[in-house]
Design a protein around this ligand. Structure first.
Ligand code: UD1
Ligand code: M6R
Length: 371
């Protein structure tokens, strides 16, 4: 039921404050003498020791689910101290890449039925790894075949383009990072800031959804473009990949997400006054590096759209003209949840304006059950 919305994708974008609340419900437990919040992921509690002791954590997924894992990787590395590697499911299978008994392999899938991810799971099971699922679908093949896991509880997602599942997946993996990391004196302040950030996230997402009209206006300006680049780095490398994936899969406009640190190693040659480029430059440890990327793009007369933290407009766009989209700032590792929302809205409006099918894009299926 689409309710008051015209399309499922639109409904699912706008219901993210609620889906995120459901994802976290019952999993952040406040109390005890020291008032600290503990994270309870019921499905993992009997396996936490094994996960903490593993030699490596390997994320496996496809498409948006892979991007969500990429967004969560830095915080999992930081809090757990365990090396985290990334595998696109089909590539792991193509290479028959090494998976060991000492590994924890985490399979991320909205549907829980994606053929490549499922085959990669079978491969990891054969190789003796602890296999953890992060799925939205209770009773799905991946939920059944993994040793343990977490349901993201985002509610049914109908639109082929994954939106609310993406943000809920990131939140589950941030909670996973808190759970695996455990309590130490040295990371106490950081943990508290992340927990506070999680509690605040639904209201920050509600706030960023107010950009709807602004993103529609931007979509009108971009309607006839051939191509759109998205540059991000650090926590928001994933935002660049996921924003570009949304734009290409529904609006049928060519779009590529790129690591800003790679700009000088090739993509810079594409920059001219015509090609629109979105730069994600919200405030975090990479901010000054992104400012210098923006300056270099200005120097080549790049046509820039900058996503920055509220209040940073003047400092991101000094020395050139650009369109600025200001988003609320949250704890750095949760910022990808906020930052993807304007790009989801842009992809949605571009698609409607270009007259394409939003909920069932050409040639795509919601669940890719063949290889
Ligand atoms: C569970 C209940 C939830 C209830 C809560 C109360 C289910 C599906 N969930 O949620 O309704 O409100 O207890 O304490 O009944 N699993 C996998 N692979 C996956 C995903 C999950 O093996 O990909 C397993 C988990 O290890 C766990 C079970 O499925 O054994 C349920 O997972 P999850 O729903 O995340 O657990 P809870 O949040 O504890
Ligand atoms: O159901 P899954 O999360 O395993 O699906 C993985 C991809 O097929 C999926 O995310 C795909 O990239 C989406 N259409 C993206 O919006």
């Amino acid at each position: 039921n689409k309710g008051r919305y015209e399309h499922y994708m639109q409904k699912e974008i706008h219901e993210q404050p609620e889906s995120l609340t459901t994802t976290m419900r019952g999993r952040l437990i406040q109390g005890g003498s020291c008032k600290a919040t503990t994270v309870l992921l019921g499905g993992l509690k009997d396996h936490m020791k094994t996960i903490r002791r593993s030699r490596r954590i390997v994320f496996v997924g496809c498409g948006t689910s892979y991007n969500a894992a990429l967004a969560a990787r830095p915080i999992l590395e930081e809090l757990s101290g365990v090396p985290v590697t990334m595998e696109i499911a089909s590539d792991l299978l193509d290479r028959q890449g090494p998976i060991y008994r000492e590994d924890t392999a985490v399979f991320v899938s909205q549907s829980g039925e994606t053929a490549d991810t499922l085959l990669a799971l079978e491969y990891a099971l054969e190789n003796g790894a602890l296999c953890v699922g992060i799925t939205n679908t209770v009773g799905s093949a991946i939920a059944r075949k993994t040793h343990c896991g977490v349901h993201i509880n985002a509610g049914a997602e109908i639109g082929v383009a994954s939106t609310k599942a993406y943000t809920s997946q990131i939140v589950v993996m941030a909670m996973l990072a808190l759970a695996v990391g455990g309590d130490t004196i040295s990371n106490q302040a950081r943990r508290e800031a992340i927990v506070d950030g999680l509690y605040d996230l639904p209201s920050k997402v509600r706030e960023v959804l107010k950009l709807d009209n602004e993103m529609k206006d931007l979509a009108k300006q971009l309607i006839a473009e051939q191509s759109l680049l998205v540059f991000g780095r650090g926590y928001n490398y994933a935002t660049a990949l996921e924003g570009a994936l949304k734009v290409k899969e529904v609006s049928l406009m060519h779009s590529e997400g790129m690591l800003a640190g790679e700009m000088k190693h090739g993509p810079l040659a594409l920059v001219d006054e015509n090609l629109p480029i979105i730069v994600i430059a919200t405030h975090d440890a990479c901010f000054s590096k992104q400012q210098s990327v923006i300056q270099q793009l200005h120097a080549r007369r790049g046509r820039l759209i900058v996503v920055c933290s509220k209040g940073d407009a003047a400092s991101v766009c000094s020395g050139g003209s650009c369109r600025v989209i200001e988003v609320p700032q949250v704890e750095d590792c949760l910022q990808p949840v906020v930052n993807i929302v304007p790009l989801q809205l842009l992809a949605y409006h571009l698609t409607v304006l270009r007259g394409h099918n939003v909920d069932q894009p050409r040639n795509l299926a919601k669940s890719v059950t063949t290889q």
